[in-house]
Design a binder for this molecule. Structure first.
Ligand SMILES: [Zn+2]
Length: 229
C-alpha cells in the first residue's frame, strides 16, 4: 500500500521520520494526539506547520481521559517538570527519575493503536513513528523491540495487518539531526520542549537532548537565534 499514517508530535524524531515517509509514500495522513499535555499549544503549532510543509492533511485526536487519570508532570499543572543540566544526561539515576516524573501510562502504545485504527479504516498499510535509541534506554516504548512487539500485536488486532515503521529508532539524537540536514527536514519548525512557554525552556530533559544534538552538528547557534532562545 502506498499510503501511511504519520504520528506527529512536533518533535525532532517525528518531523524527520515524516519527511522520509513523505519521500517514500504517495500520500497519507498526519495524526496529532492532544492528551492535555502542557506543551499542547506549541506542539499543535509545530505539527500544523510541519504538515503544511509536507503538504499532507492533519487530524487532531483528543484524549481528555488520559490527562484526568495521570498525575504526570507532562500534564499536571501542579507537578514540576524535572530540570536537567547537559552533564546529567549521562547519569542513569537522574534520567530514571526524570522518566518517572514525565511518564504517561501506555502513551505510545495507545497512540499507535489509534493510528492503526485510522490506517485500517483508510486502507493505509503503514504507521510512521519517531523514536530514537538514546531515549529508548530509559523509555521502553521508544525502542526497536517495542516496535517489533507492537507489530506482532497489530498483526492480530487489525485485519489489514497495519505495520509500524520507525526510520529513526536505531539512531541517536545527533544522528537524527544529521539525517534532518541531509533530508531537508524543517528543523526550524520543531517543538521539543516538555513545557508550554513561548520558547523552549532549555532546562528539561528533552530540551537538553535537542541542544546537545544540535550543538554536535553546529546547528545550535542557528536554532537559538532562529527561535529567540
Ligand atoms: Zn524544555
Amino acid at each position: 500500500m502506498k499510503e501511511c499514517v504519520i504520528l506527529l508530535s512536533g518533535g525532532l524524531d517525528s518531523a524527520v521520520s515524516a519527511v522520509i515517509a513523505r519521500k517514500r509514500f504517495a500520500s497519507g495522513l498526519c495524526l496529532f494526539i492532544d492528551y492535555g499535555q502542557k506543551a499542547v499549544l506549541p506542539e499543535k503549532q509545530a505539527v500544523r506547520k510541519i504538515s503544511a510543509f509536507l503538504e499532507m492533511p492533519l487530524k487532531i485526536v483528543k484524549l481528555p481521559f488520559l490527562a484526568k487519570m495521570t498525575r504526570t508532570a507532562l500534564v499536571n499543572r501542579t507537578e514540576q517538570i524535572p530540570e536537567l543540566t547537559m552533564s546529567l544526561l549521562g547519569r542513569h539515576s537522574t534520567l530514571e527519575k526524570s522518566v518517572r516524573a514525565v511518564w504517561v501510562p501506555n502513551r505510545n502504545g495507545l497512540f499507535i493503536n489509534i493510528a492503526a485504527a485510522y490506517a485500517e479504516t483508510l486502507g493505509y498499510g503503514h504507521i510512521i513513528t519517531g523514536f530514537n535509541k538514546e531515549e529508548a534506554v530509559t523509555f521502553p516504548d521508544n525502542s526497536a523491540p517495542f516496535v517489533k512487539a507492537i507489530n506482532k500485536s497489530l498483526s492480530y488486532s487489525t485485519l489489514s495487518k497495519a505495520e509500524v515503521l520507525s526510520f529513526t529508532q536505531n539512531l541517536s539524537k545527533d544522528e537524527i539531526v544529521r539525517l534532518a540536514i541531509k533530508t531537508g527536514a524543517p528543523l526550524e519548525l520543531i517543538w521539543s520542549c516538555y513545557g508550554s512557554g513561548k520558547r523552549h525552556c532549555m532546562k528539561c530533559e528533552s530540551c537538553m537532548r535537542l541542544k546537545r544534538a544540535l550543538a554536535r552538528n553546529d546547528k545550535w547557534e542557528w536554532f537559538r537565534k532562529h527561535r529567540g532562545i
